[in-house]
Ligand binder design. Structure first.
Ligand code: MRU
Length: 343
């Protein structure tokens, strides 16, 4: 149980990933050296979480560059990695950043190192949002497994736990692939965070009974007006939180903001295989011919978000102004170090 759950490893010139589909039952690392292996790891959700797929793809591009001398073949492979999943903007952002660099491996290592320091700053910036013992609902998985750093939304709760605030995490199981039950609960155990697991549909009764003080989630893409794409079911939570007068927070790095889009209407929403919903544990639980709607993400309108926690600080409405301010901030590596460990 003490082995660190690093979702991505780059050692001795070789890229490996932790197959998150097997967690919590099994810790298994697999190599990713070819375009097929890299794309399959991302699209199957063996490697998942917006910042983590960015870090993994960055290494993947560097590996492909070292193995492929034909420019056309390399460009085709890079584009396949870039478009392995459509919603999280971190993937294209990281691939473009590596492709534009002089030394692709050095850039991938920098992206990974920056993610750790960015996550540390998000955690530090977010803890002021919660009182001691706060009961905080979270959805999907946003811890170290999702970022290859320390986490975003769950990273805030981990930072709060380290600061002695003893938060209580309410963990949505997160249908259909159970990232909450399988991954977030595991990360809470490892971080020593008191946690309660519930089905996604229990959020309303938990809020109505006064069992939730705040909601914090991550994001896959955030538009200039604060509209936020995140795991399917997030929008439901934001509406429920507004109805029950509970603050709804989003924690995400600057790389998750897509400054090129005005609203969430421009965010492509990934739709996944019917079998993810119609079957469970390898067995069909619905008639095999069932017609299924399986969007992996939804978009929460920005006006339902009380604040965004970023590495640069906490953003409040009006978001067209505060997000424009974020767009103008200097690159993270150029930021002066803070007094503490992060910036
Ligand atoms: O389909 P997934 O598991 O990649 O979805 C992940 C999420 O929706 C996370 O909340 C988001 O990527 C933020 S990760 C810090």
């Amino acid at each position: 149980m003490s082995e660190a759950l690093e979702p991505v490893r780059f050692e001795n010139g070789a890229l490996h990933y932790l197959d998150q589909r097997l967690l919590p039952a099994e810790i298994r690392y697999e190599p990713a050296q070819t375009c097929e292996e890299i794309v399959a790891a991302i699209s199957s959700l063996a490697v998942r979480g917006a910042p983590c797929i960015g870090v993994f793809a960055a290494y993947g591009i560097a590996v492909l560059r070292s193995r492929e001398s034909d420019e056309k073949a390399f460009a085709t492979a890079a584009e396949r990695v870039r478009s392995a999943r459509p919603t999280a903007v971190n993937l294209a952002w990281a691939v473009d950043r590596v492709l534009a660099s002089e030394d692709m491996l050095a850039e991938a290592l920098a992206i990974h190192a920056e993610q750790r320091s960015i996550d540390a700053a998000i955690g530090e910036n977010g803890i002021s949002l919660f009182a001691k013992g706060a009961r905080v609902l979270t959805h999907c998985n946003t811890g170290p497994l999702a970022t290859a750093g320390y986490g975003t939304a769950l990273g805030v709760l981990i930072a709060a736990q380290r600061a002695g605030l003893a938060p209580h995490a309410i963990v949505d199981e997160t249908r259909p692939l159970l990232q909450g039950a399988r991954l977030t609960y595991l990360e809470c155990l490892r971080a020593g965070i008191d946690a309660t697991l519930q089905v996604d549909a229990a959020a309303a009764i938990a809020m109505a009974r006064g069992q939730i003080d705040a909601v914090i989630v991550g994001a896959d893409r955030i538009a200039r007006n604060g509209d936020t794409a995140n795991k399917i079911g997030t929008y439901n939570l934001a509406i429920l939180a507004a109805y029950h007068n509970i603050p709804f927070y989003v924690a995400a790095p600057r790389s998750t903001f897509d400054f090129s889009i005005a609203s969430g209407a421009e965010i492509p929403i990934e739709e996944r295989a019917a079998a993810e919903v119609a079957s469970f544990g390898g067995h069909f639980v619905a008639p095999q011919e069932a017609t299924v709607f399986n969007p992996a993400f939804d978009v929460t309108p920005g006006h339902l978000v009380a604040a965004f926690v970023t590495e640069y600080g906490v953003l409040r409405p009006p978001y067209d102004e505060s997000i424009a301010g974020l767009a103008g901030r200097p690159h993270w590596s150029a930021m002066p170090p803070r007094a503490s460990s992060s910036r």
